[in-house]
Design a protein. Sequence first.
Length: 432
Amino acid sequence: MSTSPAAIIAVALPEVGYHEGRNPNGSWNNKEKYAAEVPGQAWVSDDGEPWCATFVSWLALKSGNADVYPRTASCSLAVAWFRAKGRFSEFPSVGAQVFFGPGGGSHTGLVIDYDDTTITTVEGNTNDNGSAEGDGVYRKVRRRRDAYVYGYGHPDFAQGPRRAVEAKWVIDGSTVPAPATKSVIVKAGQSLGAIAAAAGVALSVILGLNPQVKDPNTIYPGDTITVPAVPGQVPQPTNPGPGSTPTPTPHPSNPGSSSGYPGADKFGPGANNAYVTQLGQMLVKRGGGRFYTVGPGPSWGDADRQAVAAFQRAQGWSGGDADGIPGPTTWAYLVSGQGHNIPAASASTPAPSTAPFPGNVYFHAGASNRYVTQLGQALVRHGYGAYYKVGPGPQWTEADRQATAAFQRAQGWRGTDANGYPGPETWKRLMR
């Protein structure tokens, strides 16, 4: 079957109105029909876990598009999958997988249409309010410029989708003229970030239009900066693509080795391999040592994510381009020694916390204390806020347990090691 956006949309639309199961008390329980039909994901329904990404995987499988969408229950890993293929951007397309929340890790759905200001989606595990932890499959209309919209993964369809470029409809693969640009003169006290905001685009877009700017934090009154003539119009997606990847050199610790990007599947929650160690070692050399209280080592941790994000921000990248997951360009910059080092810690970039674990007695049904609040805040900071409809707060709730269990599984733990109750190691990793 030839892959196409029409095929997956045809499967998605009849699912609108489907609802997950209920507990004996009437509450929704995340038990649904999709996970059991997606190889390797039956546990999502068995454990009553959020199923929005699994729903998209099911749509891809049933529509003959399995090879052009990631098969995963993790929104974050799906973002990394598209990034590794150079197919992630801030622009929608029909058939694209849209991602929401910090780093795209909170929620996901399928784009079935869009215009200049909105996207129309089919999403699993949501509700009328657009929650990332809802009760069924809904057709939603969302604002494209909503801060909750993180970006889009574009499947490599045999039949190209319509894609939004420069706020116009085009056919994917056709020649698109670059938008008109204009020049602005830097005023006293004006930053490059402020110029980008006034132009309605990301800082990385301005940097792409102004290769003469080597340090985004150093511009002077009287400098000439090129910006899009029409606010919000950009010549290409802002995430560095294959064309912007510098030619890497062999890794200094192994001159005979290849420095090619090993792939997104080598990084992120649950990853454990030599490339994670190599990444950490390179980040330490570029000023990222303060993020590591232990390591670097082969097991991916939040220290790796924080250090990668700091390095990406040091290059002037922001938003989805600084999500803490290394893509081909980040990897090539690190291996080749190009780009800016991570700046020293300041009051605005504190070192990781090493707050001691207070003890199991503080985390259980009926518990109410400041440590539960601290746990919930750390979980939100790490991207697990979708589990909280209210809070976090001092009263232990099922949301705390589910968010903790999701974090533990992201570390690669299973069984009693991922039961949703924090122990010393869970606490240490969350408090970084």
